[in-house]
Design a protein around this ligand. Structure first.
Ligand SMILES: [Zn+2]
Length: 405
């Protein structure tokens, strides 16, 4: 196409049209901003100055003047929830949901908001209903996560299994907690009085199937399944099988040996084979030292070879792995089991009054004698598979705080 010089006369015309359009836009913007009540700008200003309380008052004023503004209601509801005013947050979102003319997209948004309100307010049944309604919407992923959390807190493991499988399909994420849900079901059958062994076995088979299908299964989940297999065997009166499962755990999840050290001791003592266990645990301790293994080894050595040998082991072990907790446990065994006082030569500590020494050490050990969550730092006297603080799975180390220093 050839350029014709007379086309140039259109240029000023185009500029003129652009100028007119810009003026119209600007006027429109000015008119709209004039239409907004002063309270809106006051609220915005309070928000920017991090004064959410005063911002809320200002926005409530705007909302009264213009009840149709959905965005403002969403902002208000969210502010109320953040401040913990759950009743007000729920009321705001309910009023949005009650509007017949609310577009579908905003209805989903309001449903997601009210579901979060219910969850934060602890109204789990209502939160569950709202989240279930959100499936097949753009909020399906956060809804699936929230449902998993709700079923976990209700200990509704069957629904949690279903929800976490769905979450896995939605996000392609691994869901390591799945095996733990089956373990929780197993444990609940074992805790019944009398224990329901057949149901526990069926639930544990499911856990084994999950682990079998996951070549990246963690040592923690393998340890838990093996511990439950051992507990199930013990409950069913099969001590030989219990022993085999516990010994497999030493191989497959060596860091978790401390959690089963006492069970191993009881199992081997029942058949007068403590000497076999002493040998086995001594070599395990050399590679994977832990406080609970030390405790059991000290007691076994004492029983098999006498208190002098036990203290010789303690001296070597505590030199290599200094531990106030270990020393306190050894002193407790000494005070409980010694029929005669420890001789001066054998006592690595010198013979100041042992009860006094135990008391002095005992004043400092409780703060180390805890398991701790790697994710949130929540501390507890017992080991948890799910952190009671942040609800993360497998976040607890199998070792106590002192051993992690
Ligand atoms: Zn935690």
């Amino acid at each position: 196409m050839n350029f014709e010089s007379w086309w140039l006369i259109f240029l000023p015309l185009l500029f003129g049209l652009g100028w007119v359009a810009a003026r119209i836009d600007f006027r429109q913007m000015l008119r709209e901003s004039r239409d907004l009540p002063d309270s809106y700008f006051k609220g915005l200003n309070f928000l920017l100055n991090e004064q959410p309380d005063r911002a809320i008052d200002a926005f409530v004023e705007v909302a009264k003047l213009d009840p149709e503004t959905t965005e403002l209601h969403f902002a208000l509801g969210s502010l109320f929830r953040r401040r913990g005013e759950m009743e007000r947050a729920i009321r705001v979102h309910q009023s949005l949901l009650s509007r017949a003319d609310l577009p579908a997209r905003e209805r989903e948004h309001a449903l997601h908001e009210i579901a979060q309100d219910y969850l934060k307010a602890g109204m789990l049944d209502r939160a569950e209903m709202a989240y279930v309604e959100l499936k097949n919407t753009r909020y399906q992923e956060p809804a699936a996560r929230a449902l998993v959390r709700i079923y976990e807190s209700e200990h509704d493991w069957a629904k949690a299994i279903e929800a976490v499988r769905k979450l896995g399909r939605l996000t392609q994420e691994s869901v390591p907690q799945l095996v733990h849900y089956h373990c929780e079901i197993t444990q609940s059958f074992l805790d019944q009085r009398p224990p329901d062994i057949a149901s526990a076995r069926a639930a544990l088979d499911e856990a084994c199937a999950v682990i079998g299908a996951d070549d990246k299964a963690s040592a923690a989940s393998r340890a838990r399944v093996l511990m439950l297999e051992a507990q199930l065997a013990r409950t069913a009166g099969d001590a030989a099988l219990e022993r085999r499962r516990l010994l497999v755990l030493l191989d497959e999840a060596p860091d978790y040996a401390g959690l089963v050290a006492a069970d191993l001791r009881r199992n081997f003592e029942a058949t007068q084979e403590s000497d076999v266990l002493l040998e086995c645990l001594a070599s395990h301790y050399a590679a994977h030292p832990s406080l609970d293994l030390f405790d059991v080894l000290f007691g076994l050595t004492w029983g098999q070879q006498g208190q002098q040998a036990a203290w010789a082991f303690a001296q070597q072990a505590l030199t290599e792995h200094p531990s106030l907790l270990g020393l306190e446990r050894a002193l407790a065994t000494q005070l409980k089991c010694a029929s005669a006082p420890l001789s001066q030569e054998a006592a690595p500590l010198g013979l100041i009054a042992l009860p006094l020494m135990q008391k002095l050490i005992g004043r400092h050990t409780p703060r180390f004698d805890r398991y701790s969550c790697r994710a949130c730092g929540f501390q507890a006297r017992v080991h948890y598979w799910q952190c009671p603080g942040c609800h993360g799975w497998e976040t607890y180390s199998a070792k106590r705080l002192e051993e992690q220093i």
